[in-house]
Design a protein around this ligand. Structure first.
Ligand SMILES: Nc1ncnc2c1ncn2[C@@H]1O[C@H](COP(=O)(O)OP(=O)(O)OP(=O)(O)O)[C@@H](O)[C@H]1O
Length: 234
């Protein structure tokens, strides 16, 4: 699903250059649930932004579902991103003046899906995350965990092949984090490929594979026995 070879990325600041990714290789198959870990500044978000086609590498290859990203022009890249990738953020990134169902429907609007289908799909995914009854509520009326559920439903609504999450439990207490990870595991059990950047070892252990970044490369890549979040949710 994801093939990355010899990826390099530097940030230029004036006359200085910070080499963040230094020849990174990574291969992720369909259906994997991968945690990306590493100390602060190790390049996790940089990698996730490149995987999410929100930023470009300086050199190296990135193939998503067999397609070399480098060859896509801007319009094609935007279409490809909307079709293949769903994003979940630490701070939820919901639109405050839109209801839960309107937030979930938004990516479908950009994909020019008609109003009736947008509404149906948005309700379907709100139901999947357990928030059907909250469809007409504004984000300000929801708890942190509920907001993240809306954000997950929004990421799922366009039915992408891959979900990318940056510290999705970072703003939540432990119990709510485990509830969110239970939902993530359920979505992954359904076959969705999911990548999660996290600082938290207990969250990483709820994935199936843990990748450690250090000094711009992957220094450890382990398939682990997945801890089920549900055991911690009671
Ligand atoms: N747009 C940018 N311009 C300049 N430097 C940047 C930019 N984005 C990130 N950096 C720098 O690149 C390095 C890697 O940043 P990145 O955000 O990828 O690390 P991270 O592992 O996600 O860190 P954290 O866990 O703190 O979020 C850091 O030193 C950061 O300051």
């Amino acid at each position: 699903m994801i093939e990355i070879k010899d990826l390099h990325k530097s940030y230029r600041m004036g006359s200085n250059s910070l080499h963040v990714l230094k020849g990174l290789n990574l291969s992720i198959k369909e259906g994997e649930l991968v945690a990306i870990m590493g100390s602060s500044g190790s390049g996790k978000s940089t990698l996730l932004n490149i995987l999410g086609m929100l930023d470009e590498a300086d050199s190296g290859a990135y193939n998503l579902d067999g397609v070399p990203i480098k060859n896509l022009n801007e319009t094609k890249a935007a279409k490809y991103r909307n079709k293949f990738l769903g994003f979940i953020f630490q701070s939820f990134n919901l639109i405050n003046y839109k209801s839960a169902v309107e937030n979930v429907a938004l990516p479908l609007y950009y994909q020019k899906v008609n109003r009736k289908e947008r509404q149906e799909k948005a309700m379907k995914y709100l139901e999947k995350v357990g928030l059907k009854e909250w469809a007409d509520h504004l984000p300000s009326e929801l708890s942190g965990g509920q907001k993240q559920r809306v954000a997950i439903a929004r990421a799922m609504a366009a039915e992408p092949k891959v979900l990318l999450a940056d510290e999705l439990t970072g703003a939540l207490d432990s119990k709510t984090s485990y509830e969110i990870m239970d939902l993530i595991q359920e979505i992954n059990d359904g076959g969705k490929t999911i990548l999660i950047v996290t600082h938290e070892p207990d969250i990483a252990n709820m994935c199936k594979r843990i990748v450690h970044l250090k000094d711009g490369v992957i220094v450890e890549d382990t398939f682990v026995e997945q801890v089920r979040a549900l055991e911690y949710v009671q």
